[in-house]
Design a protein around this ligand. Sequence first.
Ligand SMILES: Cc1ncc(COP(=O)(O)O)c(C=O)c1O
Length: 367
Amino acid sequence: MIPNVKPTIPEADIPLILRDIKEILLSRQLVLGRNLREFESAFKDYVGTAHALGTSSCSQTLQMLFQYFGVEDREVILPTLNFISAANAVLWAGGTPVFCDNGTSSLLPTLETIEASRTGRTAGLVLVHITGHINPELSAIKEYCQREGLFLIEDCSHAHGSQIDGVKAGALCDAAVFSMFATKVITTGTGGMLTTNDSRIADYVLSARHQGQGQDLTDCSTIGGGWHMTEMAAVLGRYQLGHLEEWVTRRGELAQVYDRAFARHPKLQLLKPVGRSAYYKYQVLLSPEVDRQWLVARLGELNVQCGAVYHPPIHLQPVYQRKFNFRAGTYPNAEDVARRVVALPMFVEMTAAEQQTVIDAVLGVLR
Ligand SMILES: Cc1ncc(COP(=O)(O)O)c(C=O)c1O
């Protein structure tokens, strides 16, 4: 089976990672030590922000940011075509997630769909660079948030290395969160990262990620948790980050091969980024007459594993339907895209022969 995603862990890194982990075990400093500091320092230099802080996960980092921005009893706008964890994090922070639709035949919201979800209780907004593609309306959305006094968080969980006008994802808004879950462009198994230029946000997360500590744990001033990254995870992250540029370039090359193979296909619509995309996924939209489930099953029989982000959109997840009484038809563009989006295999180590197998399978099944 050609997998849909596969983390890249170069063979040559493994002895170095093991050596560094052995050093950690011998030092007995398993948390909040040198490796995390080095990883954070390299990460902030890479993204181009003043601060980077390693955390236990992206979801938990979002929750800390929602706490910082005081969303309790207020609303946060999120695209419904998104991973469920952002909406859960709003609820854990005591706020209410309010969804917004995408643009037509797009994975991303527009200023218009965001404005349509705005109420007097909106505290801020999370933009997600789905598949690694940065929102083409980012400048207008930023201006809108500044004008209206709304916070703007980037979720860069698909966008390690994405970039627009020379600025990296993670340095584009008030604060940004990254996931380093096992499938991501770079991984620490499970883990997250905050980036920001705002030292008040960084100070808050620094405290909240370690039980809200001040000078030390006898001086806690915020409600926090055990939400920092371990030293062992930071070692893996350091080695992964060292390869990121090379891997994003490779992903871009793979995407170009797919683009060329599927250009002008009557049943496929390509989703092109503005700027550079990290291509965490390679996603295409099927024309409405193609049954997505059927296509995915047929490709599976040909040993090509497909996925989709995101199906269903969050408002149609059973728990959100029950809790907020959502019905199909509420966000028609997201529902339409969720029915038609397919993620084809995309991973750094994919060979030209494997990619040709995927292309032949897709073209053959659609014929
Ligand atoms: C867009 C997006 N946001 C958030 C998350 C959650 O990340 P984590 O597992 O690090 O909490 C993911 C993970 O899959 C994601 O894809």
